[in-house]
Design a protein around this ligand. Structure first.
Ligand SMILES: [Ca+2]
Ligand SMILES: [Ca+2]
Length: 147
């Protein structure tokens, strides 16, 4: 009986670890083109979104559920978001990472992106007027615990 209980506990621990690993790598790396319009309206809960419009009211909007190290790879739709980000919206999920960091330089391989341009806590929207230095720079983003 004791052995059986241990086995069950082991199975539960294993599945919790598997679930955590799945959560950390959740989401496809590719951006989804959300359409043309307001970033707040088009960006679904769970996503980090960018718009090529400096105030986020009208423009092309792309969103990702997970992290993406290469905004130029597999991110189709209106030529993709690479270096076209002009406003940003972290509409992430409470059971995932809180913050998202955008990087000037991505990495199509396994290496880390470099040179952060902007970091947003969950539910934060920033437009290009307020962060002109970050505009048209983004090539990657990574979800993270803190800025
Ligand atoms: Ca990509
Ligand atoms: Ca860039």
């Amino acid at each position: 009986m004791l052995t059986r209980r241990r086995t069950l506990l082991g199975a539960l621990t294993m599945s919790a670890a598997t679930a955590a690993a799945t959560l950390l790598s959740a989401g496809p790396a590719a951006a989804e083109y959300k359409g043309y319009g307001g970033i707040i309206e088009l960006c679904p809960r769970g996503d980090f979104c960018v718009s090529d419009d400096y105030n986020g009211y009208s423009g092309n909007v792309w969103g990702w559920y997970g992290s993406d190290r290469d905004w130029w790879l597999n991110d189709g739709g209106a030529s993709g978001p690479n270096n076209r980000d002009n406003s940003w919206y972290n509409h992430g999920n409470a059971d995932y990472y809180d913050h998202v960091i955008v990087y000037k330089y991505g990495n199509g391989g396994s290496g880390a992106p470099s040179t952060p341009t902007i970091c947003l806590p969950r539910d934060d929207f920033v437009n290009g007027l307020n962060e002109p230095g970050a505009a048209h720079q983004g090539s990657a983003h990574i979800w993270t615990h803190t800025c």
